[in-house]
Write a protein that binds this ligand. Structure first.
Ligand code: DX5
Ligand code: ZN
Length: 233
């Protein structure tokens, strides 16, 4: 089967990436099956180092273990001070997309080259207070921009609506130089906030709590996000 990389996915389509952080960690295999059956397009994996963000999550061994029980493309979000060191282990573990933060300590061009070396798609993320201008010069070299709509570090936080203009700004800038780029948004996305971010131009939606902990089930939750399709600019 051909590997489904992000650059082959349609940026005019709403793509839902449930964040594993909100899953039941005692039952990862069944949780993965549950969201796959519910219509997830990718799996979002939050990797934290206890330094770039004040929390620790999982490393490459967990990713390679779940790689064996999921067909979803793995969207790996590196919240690390020194991401370049860990690109290779995460690629080997099965990442299809690696996103690093522009606020990290490494040179962005070096990290992009290191990810490309492994034939993996590249994303750059911006924290809520980082302006769009910080990533502008990289737009023609990457596949995705991840706009954080909470301060990175924890799931279950409230959506920050002040990032909405930045989503629109990045979408417009990208349309000029690299229209194939995906604009992903992460943090506090649910059936309500989706109506703010999609009209601004976000097509890839990370949702942890809203999908894994939906009272009416993951399928209904993912449908609510896909339903915003006709709001894409
Ligand atoms: C936060 C993470 C998010 C988080 C999203 O640092 O990057 O991916 O898990 O969780 P929710 O959807 O619950 O806000
Ligand atoms: Zn994330």
């Amino acid at each position: 089967m051909e590997k489904l990389t992000v650059d082959k996915m349609d940026p005019k389509k709403i793509l839902v990436a449930p964040s594993l952080l909100a899953a039941d960690f005692a039952n990862l295999e069944s949780e993965l099956k549950r969201i796959e059956d519910a219509g997830a397009d990718l799996l979002h994996l939050d990797i934290m180092d206890g330094h770039f963000v004040p929390n620790l999550t999982m490393g490459p061994p967990v990713i390679s273990a779940i790689r064996k029980v999921s067909k979803l493309p793995f969207d790996v979000h590196l919240m690390l001070t020194d991401p370049i060191k860990y690109v290779e282990p995460f690629c080997k573990a099965g990442a299809d997309l690696i996103t690093f933060h522009i606020e990290c300590d490494n040179d962005a061009d070096d990290v992009i080259a290191e990810i490309r070396k492994h034939g993996v798609s590249v994303g750059i993320s911006v924290k809520p207070k980082t302006p769009a201008s910080a990533i502008e010069k990289y737009l023609d070299k990457i596949d995705l921009v991840l706009v954080m709509s909470v301060e990175p570090g924890f799931g279950g936080q409230s959506f920050m609506s002040e990032v909405v203009p930045k989503i629109a700004e990045i979408r417009k800038m990208a349309n000029k130089v690299n229209p194939a780029i995906h604009v992903e948004v992460d943090g506090g996305i649910d059936g309500k906030t989706v109506n703010q971010v999609v009209p601004a131009g976000a097509n890839m939606l990370v949702a942890g709590t809203a999908v894994f902990r939906a009272p009416d089930g993951a399928k209904a939750a993912i449908e609510r996000l896909h339903a915003a399709q006709n709001q894409l600019p």
